[in-house]
Design a protein around this ligand. Structure first.
Ligand code: AMP
Ligand code: MG
Length: 482
């Protein structure tokens, strides 16, 4: 395969990973391949998509320079600490793109690893296509995320409640270093392991901090900044991750591990889709709080590096974690201003945004379409926009717009660049996955991805993709598919 793999992870102490080979599958076949991503990575897509090379995406063939490994990590799952590790993922190695950026190339679903516990190490086609669709949609929305290079079917069933077609996803990530990697390092207490992984991560993701006065404190602060921005971006588009366990929080600040994630149709802060999130721990509006909780767990792992005096280290960590709400609010408000077409700052902006959101929750309106409709020259002729409460809000908003420099046209432009017309709506995702898993027909999946790649432009082609689900098509629950 024309990927010149490196594997800097092998430079870490050996307890951070275990070498393991993928288990070959019966009949690998390409379901979907990401040509655009292959191009930006500088990969030879013609060669990669030759039928004889499909085995590279299933683990049947191993590229010459790859040294496949499974990473060790731990994590708080729904608040409970567990030792985990890549139970169904194998890192082939790292690829350097033409811009010099390093990316992990990982197979998800390639068979058992030493960390599989009782799992089969496999993945089903539906959830792998789901990750492909949603991660590519997130990327097109401008939200940091892992990417999806390919999904191949295995020709083998995986057994969940029922037999399902098996598949393997090739995932591309800035890295798979997570909060859980640090929890693992802090927990196993092998000499120097924590410092080594921290130095490695700083070199890889925050090299500019290496020479700061207290690099580990700057590192903690920088991770908080990236995560607070990321979560704000999720909130702006109505994304609900669904499993914000600490092992699913990337140190590089990318959205990672798409399971039962989903986008809200109707706006409501308490929205939960995941079937396993029974108490709404990871509900839409809880995401910032959970991120802060996860980052607190991260900061605890760094204590020995922050200061040799434990009390001083704790004080430093606490100070950083306490910054999160304000950091998050800063990013959230900046994004909401853009969504409302506000080009400057006024103290009442946060209230203005929140008032609109409360109205949307009260009146059960579609989040994406309501936000987008605000920039149209004539507001939709429906009950929400005709309501007394909205009319009142609208007046205050128009007055606010009138107080800023620039005209309505430029405000509308700003709004159109920040309020998508299309998001991966659940009912469309489910429909595409259904036709792929039941009939081996990927045309709906491919079309959906193509539409989602251009989220901010209203086109004739995306008309039907903008519609909220009919009541009978509404999806209330999503599943991990593990
Ligand atoms: P996730 O909820 O997908 O982040 O997975 C949590 C943990 O369970 C990770 O350590 C996974 O590697 C592991 N896991 C999930 N599904 C499987 C499976 N089918 N076989 C083995 N390990 C799995
Ligand atoms: Mg995970």
């Amino acid at each position: 395969m024309l990927i010149k793999f490196q594997n800097s992870y092998l430079s870490l102490p050996s307890h951070f990973y275990q070498l393991v080979l993928p288990t070959p599958v019966k009949k690998p076949e390409m379901a979907i391949f990401n040509h655009a991503l292959a191009k930006t990575l500088g990969l030879n897509e013609t060669e990669l998509t030759q039928p004889e090379n499909v085995g590279y995406f299933s683990g049947n063939l191993i590229p010459d320079q790859a040294t496949p490994l499974a990473q060790a990590y731990a994590g708080h799952q729904f608040g409970h600490f567990t030792m985990l590790g890549d139970g169904r993922a194998i890192l082939l190695g790292e690829h350097i793109d033409p811009q010099g950026s390093r990316f992990d190339i990982q197979l998800k679903g390639p068979g058992q690893t030493p960390y599989s516990r009782r799992g089969d190490g496999r993945a089903a086609l539906g959830p792998m296509l789901r990750e492909y669709i949603i991660s590519e949609a997130m990327h097109a929305l401008g939200i940091p995320t892992t990417r999806s290079l390919a999904v191949v079917t295995t020709g083998e069933p995986v057994y969940r409640e029922t037999p399902l077609p098996g598949a393997i996803l090739t995932r591309v990530a800035s890295s798979h270093l997570r909060v859980g990697t640090f929890q693992y390092a802090a927990g196993v207490q092998k000499p120097d392991g924590l410092k080594i992984i921290a130095d490695y991560t700083i070199q890889r993701h925050y090299p500019e901090l290496a020479n700061s006065e207290n690099p580990y404190l700057s590192f903690l602060s920088a991770v908080i900044d990236r995560q607070s921005k990321l979560i704000a971006q999720w909130m702006h588009v109505g994304f609900i991750h669904g499993v914000m366990n600490t092992d699913n929080m990337s140190i590089a600040g990318e959205t990672i591990d798409y399971g039962p994630c989903a986008f809200m149709d109707t706006y409501h802060p308490e929205t939960v889709f995941s079937s396993i999130d029974r108490h709404g721990r990871y509900a839409y509006a809880n995401q910032p709080k959970i991120a802060q909780w996860n980052l607190a767990r991260f900061s605890e792992t760094l204590l020995p590096l922050l200061n040799e005096n434990t009390d001083s280290a704790l004080a430093l960590a606490k100070e950083q974690i306490d910054r999160f709400p304000a950091q998050f609010m800063k990013h959230w408000l900046a994004g909401m201003r853009l969504k409302l077409g506000l080009s400057n700052e006024e103290s009442g902006d946060s209230e203005l945004a929140n008032q609109l959101l409360s109205l949307m929750a009260e009146k059960n309106t579609d989040y994406t379409n309501t936000m987008r409709a605000l920039s149209s020259t004539s507001l939709p002729d429906d009950a929400f926009f005709k309501s007394e409460e909205f009319t009142h809000w609208n007046k205050a908003w128009l007055e606010r717009l009138a107080r800023q420099p620039g005209d309505l046209t430029s405000a509308r432009q700003l709004m159109n660049q920040n309020n998508p017309v299309v998001i991966p709506r659940n009912h469309l995702v489910e429909e595409a996955l259904g036709s792929a898993t039941e009939n081996g027909d990927y045309s709906k999946t491919k079309k959906l991805v193509e539409i989602l790649l251009n989220p901010f432009e209203e086109t004739n082609e995306n008309t039907s993709y903008r519609e909220p689900p009919a009541p009978s098509d509404q999806v209330y629950q999503t599943f991990c598919g593990t």
